[in-house]
Design a protein around this ligand. Sequence first.
Ligand code: PCA
Length: 218
Amino acid sequence: MRVLLTYFGAFEGVPVNPTDRLAHAVHAHCEEHPEWAVEVILQELPVVFGESARRLNETIAAETPDAVIALGVAVGRNKVSLERVAINLDDARIADTEGIQRKDSPIVADAPAAYFSTLPTRAVVEKAQALNLPAELSYTAGTYVCNHVFYSLMHAVAGTTIPAGFIHVPALEFETGPQNQLVAHVDAGGVEGTAIPTISVEEAKQIITLAILEISER
Ligand code: PCA
C-alpha cells in the first residue's frame, strides 16, 4: 500500500511545525518494517489557503496513492485527534503565511457543506486507547488551513474508494525551546487559554502508524 502523508510548515504561533518531524519519523518507522508492505510518500504543504490544496491535488495526481492522511498541529490539545468532519468554510482571525485572511468563504463553490473522513477513525482511536496511547475522535478541525486541506482532500477523493482524512496532533515534546513561543488559535483547531500540553514524538508516531496499518488491513 502506498500512503500519502502530508505535513505542514510554520505558521502564526507555531515557529516549528511538529508534523514535519512526525511525518519523517513515521516514514522511517515504516521503512524499518518491510513486512508491513507500506510505502509512505511524504509531502509538505504550505500553510496557505488555496496553494495548500493545489499542492495536495498535484501530489495526488502525480503519485496516485492508495490512501491519504493529512497531518496538522492543534496547539493546546492533549491528544492526537482523528478528525471526522471537514466543513466547506474558511474563516479565521489569523492570516495564512502569505498574509491572506479569509472570513465566511466557502472552500469550493456549490459543493457539499461537509464531508466525513473515510479513515477508520473509531477503530484507530479504540486500538490506540487499548495501548494507553493518547487518541480521541474530534468533530471539528477548525476553519483555518487544516480544515481547508481536509475539505479539499475529501472533495478530491469523493466518488473514489481511496481512504482519506485528517489527523491533528498536539504540540510535541521536542519543541521545548520554541514551544515557549507556541500560541494556540481556536480557528486552527487549538485550545486557547490553557497551558500547552505536549505528547512525545514516539507516542504520536505510534498512533499515526496504527492508522496506516488499520487502513492497510482493510
Ligand atoms: N495547523 C493549522 C494549519 C497548519 C497546522 O499544522 C490548523 O490546524 O489549521
